[in-house]
Write a protein that binds this ligand. Structure first.
Ligand SMILES: Nc1ncnc2c1ncn2[C@@H]1O[C@H](COP(=O)(O)OP(=O)(O)OP(=O)(O)O)[C@@H](O)[C@H]1O
Ligand SMILES: [Mg+2]
Length: 296
């Protein structure tokens, strides 16, 4: 149960002893702290309120609101929210690391069973979000936390929103390398596929060496997607020609790169694990169909 406290008499900041800084982002910083009343470690996300008279920034409000809706072992828990000076503190359950740090320090490509375990937990957490119609919209390795025992938790719901089917939604979400092609083509109406795309990219990154589709800018990102997966067809991606920016960008016809030749030998495992994604996303469909064709 989330506790929100705004009274000086019960100053929650006195309960926390700050140990060190563990992360920094667009909002401010994340501090490792201990709750002195129960000895539990927490991650305090300190959000500087630049204009306190204008209320809470949208991303903070969304993070607080949506994390109360989704309650799942594979989604990080927000325990408490309280003001401290000109900042708002969000106290989360503490996780030891995130996938970006793990990938930085992993000496070789990840063993398949480890990658599969991570994928399964990411998908469970995501299924819980999607069951509540919460789109995360910014899945990437640094937003996937990992607890000491190996439990994976989706975090950073600052760009998340409720999929109320009302649209239009902004297409400037998700970090470029993990951004689904419908967003790159300016889609204003989209759904859970944008998160599934990002999960597919993260999964490939776990199995390979480096990000799967590291575009240098937004158009290059789209180029890299098509270069890897081949020019999409209406059959593979119904409705693509109706996307707002589809006719603004043209690329030469590309056949795609056989995934065995790409840096990521994802075919065999991806074929098994991404079966469930195949109808939902272009990436899932392509990896699945290419894997099936190439191995048959
Ligand atoms: N509960 C937590 N436990 C441990 N570390 C955490 C926790 N939450 C966040 N962190 C660390 O702090 C980093 C930044 O946190 P978060 O992603 O929530 O902030 P952000 O500013 O919204 O992110 P971005 O860098 O995407 O802008 C994470 O990548 C992670 O390393
Ligand atoms: Mg983040």
């Amino acid at each position: 149960m989330l506790s929100v406290s705004f009274h000086d008499s019960d100053d929650p900041s006195r309960r926390y002893q700050i140990l060190e800084r563990v992360g920094a982002g667009s909002f401010g910083e994340v501090l490792r702290a201990v709750n002195t009343t129960n000895g539990q470690l927490v991650a305090l996300k300190k959000v500087l309120l630049r204009k306190p008279d204008k209320g809470l920034p949208d991303n903070v409000l969304r993070e607080i609101k949506l994390l109360q809706i989704v309650d799942h072992p594979n989604v990080v828990k927000l325990q408490e929210v309280f003001p401290q000076g000109a900042s708002l503190m969000l106290a989360f359950e503490y996780c030891n690391t995130d996938l970006a740090q793990i990938l930085r320090h992993y000496p070789h490509a990840m063993e398949h069973h480890v990658a599969k375990g991570i994928l399964q937990q990411m998908l469970r957490g995501l299924a819980a979000c999607h069951a509540e119609r919460v789109l995360h919209r910014d899945l990437k390795p640094s937003n996937v936390l990992v607890e000491k025992g190996g439990v994976v938790k989706l975090a950073d719901f600052g760009l998340a929103r409720r999929d109320d089917k009302a649209g239009p939604y902004t297409h400037t979400v998700a970090t470029r390398w993990y951004r689904a092609p419908e967003l790159l083509y300016g889609a204003r109406v989209y759904g859970t596929g944008v998160d599934m795309w990002a999960v597919g990219c993260i999964f490939a990154e776990l199995l390979g060496k480096g990000p799967l589709i590291p575009g240098e800018h937004d158009i290059d990102q789209l180029y890299c997607v098509i270069n890897l997966l081949g020019t999409p067809t209406e059959a593979k991606w119904p409705g693509m020609k109706d996307l707002p920016d589809y006719h603004k960008i043209t690329f030469p016809e590309m056949t795609g790169t056989p995934l065995q030749e790409a840096r990521h030998n994802v075919v065999s495992l991806a074929r098994v694990c991404l079966q469930k994604c195949r109808r939902r996303t272009f990436l899932g469909r392509c990896i699945y169909t290419r894997g099936t064709r190439e191995s048959s």
